[in-house]
Every structure is written in C-alpha cells, then in structure tokens.
Design a protein around this ligand. Structure first.
Ligand code: PLP
Length: 388
C-alpha cells in the first residue's frame, strides 16, 4: 500500500529533526561517552562536548556561557525561571510579585499559578485584539515590589511577536529591581535573539522547535539574577539544575542553533512567502475564513492562524489528518474539546469563531508542494464538514 503524501504544517508543535542534528548526535555516541563530571577520557570528552555546546548556545543568544543552564526542555526552563526567581526572592526575605502576559504558554502560566499557590502575588497583563501585551497596563502594574515580568518573545498559537524591547525599557525605568523573563521557544527559529532579547534577564529555548531533539532546552540566566534551583542533587549547571547532563541533546541543540543562525534570513523569507501563499489560497477558497491576527501585526514567518466558522476544530483536524494535512488547533498543550484557548479568549475572539480555530505552522523544510496540497485539500475538507 502506498502511503498518502503528507504535508507537515505543524512545526510550532514540533519540528522534524534536522538530518545534520541526527548525524551530530549519532557521532556523540559513536565513541565512549562518560559522565561530564568524571575524570577519565570518556568523561573529559563528554565535558568538552557539553562546554562546546554551551559556548554555541551562548553565542546564539549573545550571552556569557556561564549563563546557560541546560534543561529537559522549554517547560522545565520556564518553571525554573518563574519559580526559581520567586523562591529566591522569598528566601531573601522579600515578597514575590510576578506580572505575566495573559497569552503566555501554559509552561509559564501554570508556573505563575504554582507560585501564587505558594504565596506570590501574581497578576496577568492584558493584551489587545492582536494579542500584544498592553504596555500601559504594564507601566501601571510596575512598582518597586515587582520581582519578575514574564512576556514571551512570540506567541505559540498566533505567532504574534511581542514588543520585548519596550517591555525591557519599561521595567528598567519603573522597576529596575525586577527581572524580565522571555519564553523564546517559538521565536528562536526566526528572530535574532541576541538582538531582540538584549537586556532580558532570563531567556528560555527548546530544541525540538528548531529541528533539534525533544527533551533538551535551555534557560539563560543573567548574572545579576538570584535563581533558586528547582531540582536538587549533584549541583550540576552551577547549582542551578542538578542531574547528569544530556550531552547528545546539548550537541543536537547547538547544531540546530548553528543551522538556524546561518540560514535565518533566507529561511524566513522563503517560509513567509509560502505562508502568505497558503493564507491567500485558503482565504480565497473558504467562505467566511477569518485571519485571526489583524493585518499589519508582526507575526513569525511560519505561523498562520485562521478561524473557520461553521466547523469544529477537532473534526477539522482529524479530517485534515486523514487527508495528509498535519495542522493543530493552536496550542499543542490545549485540552478540552470546545474550549476557547486562553490566548484567543484574551484577544477577545468570540466563542463561535474560536471553535473553528486552526494553526498552520510552516518551517525550514516546508516545500511548495506542501502548500499547494493544503490549498487544494483544506477547502474541500471544510466544505464537506459544513455539509454534514
Ligand atoms: N513555550 C512555548 C511558547 C512553547 O510553544 C512550548 C511548546 O509547545 C513550550 C514553552 C514548552 O516546551 P517543551 O515542549 O520543550 O517543554
């Protein structure tokens, strides 16, 4: 049986492993690899590979290698950023006040909720209809009490890019003691973070959104920051994250970042053109299709978020999957069939529209044929579902 051609348009959920990354990781294991904390030659090799990977991650982020903490992914990095700084503030005898945008990924939102349960004062910052954080509300909320401000670099559901430099500016002016955390998991394949996140205290990354392995991430934590470890043990990662490091994962992440940095401009231009082609094709062929993010708003090159009235998201995604079109409902972590995601709710997208919310996310390996197939198949699937 010949398998159906597949158009993988779900890079924001997880991107296919890049062949160069797989090769680099296989090479790590091709020779004896010790524990990086050991003393014999295989351990020394592990340590060298780990530190080389750390140097590359630091260079990608424009930071000092000592700031880079390897984690098990974006979720752990966010937990460490939020709860690690809250615990450090509480231990230092102060109160902990956390401000976070209303459209943060659950890794950040739920960490803030956990911090609130532990006594921190956590407040959400509203966003506008495009999902952009309200800078006036931020300015009003900033005070000498604030410990941490969390605003993601770009949103996972819509791809909307946040005004991070303005956020940093406002915090430095009104609450210089506060740390700024940005979840850059979605932005990393597309934006120059050394520039975009300059001045940010805490930055998180996840390898699998970049064509690296699942299960490896990073939190870069600036030198002026007090951060209490969440995981206790052998004191690896400068006492910030205990546990034997995943050397092959770190090498995979560093390899993916090297490729991203070398190809960023050309990949972004190519992918944005294909995304626009997909958008035009679908809007022209699906009656009532609505682009969720208003025109003129900065969106990551691979993201296309649409609301298709008259279809249910779950039915649509299953039917598309059967036809070889892989997309998702927005957040890969969202559960609850007909619930509006918190992102769409914060943007004020009405329930009826949000029921047909679908995210197409293109990436480094998306070809013209993937887009052409989607432009043909998606309208036909939507029409069939509307008839039933
Ligand atoms: N932050 C954002 C913006 C994400 O999109 C994701 C993954 O969907 C995460 C954090 C979590 O990353 P990981 O899957 O590596 O735990």
């Amino acid at each position: 049986m010949r398998s159906r051609p597949t158009s993988y348009l779900d890079h924001a959920a997880t991107a296919p492993l890049r062949p160069e990354v797989a090769a680099a990781m296989a090479e790590v294991h091709a020779e004896p690899l010790g524990n990086p904390t050991g003393t014999h030659p295989p351990a020394q090799r592990a340590r060298r590979l780990l530190e080389e990977a750390r140097d590359e991650v630091a260079a990608f982020l424009g930071r000092d290698p000592g700031e880079v903490v390897f984690t098990s992914g974006g979720t752990e990095a966010a937990n460490l950023a939020v709860l690690g700084s809250v615990e450090a503030a509480v231990r230092a005898g102060g109160e902990a006040v956390v401000l976070c945008s209303a459209v943060e990924h659950p890794a950040v939102r739920e960490s803030a909720r956990a911090a609130a349960c532990a006594g921190a004062d956590c407040r959400e910052l509203p966003v506008d209809a495009a999902g952009i954080v309200d800078l006036n509300a931020l300015a009003r909320a900033l005070s000498s009490r604030v410990t941490l401000v969390a605003v993601m670099a770009a949103n996972n559901e819509t791809g909307v890019v946040q005004p991070l430099p303005d956020v940093v500016d406002a915090v430095r002016r009104r609450a210089p003691q506060a740390a700024v955390f940005t979840d850059a998991v979605q932005a990393a394949p597309w934006l120059d973070l050394a520039d975009r996140a300059a001045g940010v205290d805490l930055v998180s990354l996840s390898a699998h959104k970049l064509g690296g392995p699942v299960g490896t991430g990073v939190l870069a934590a600036g030198p002026r920051l007090a951060l209490r470890a969440r995981q206790h043990g052998g004191g690896q990662e400068r006492e910030r994250r205990s546990g034997t490091q995943d050397v092959a994962g770190a090498v995979g992440l560093a390899t993916a970042l090297r490729l991203v940095a070398a190809q960023r401009v050309s990949t972004a231009a190519r992918v944005a053109a294909r995304r626009d082609q997909l958008c035009e094709g679908l809007l022209a062929r699906i009656e009532g299709a609505h682009r969720t993010v208003p025109p003129g708003v900065a969106v990551l090159p691979g993201h296309l978020h649409l609301c298709l009235a008259g279809v249910s998201r779950e039915e649509l995604l299953v039917a598309l999957g059967r036809e070889g079109i892989c997309a998702s409902g927005g957040s890969s972590c969202a559960s609850g069939a007909l619930e509006r995601s918190h992102v769409l709710a914060a943007m004020g997208v009405e329930r009826g529209l949000a029921e047909g919310a679908v995210r197409f996310s293109l990436g480094y390996d998306t070809g013209e044929e993937d887009v052409a197939r989607a432009v043909e198949v998606v309208p036909a699937v939507v029409a069939a579902l509307r008839r039933t």
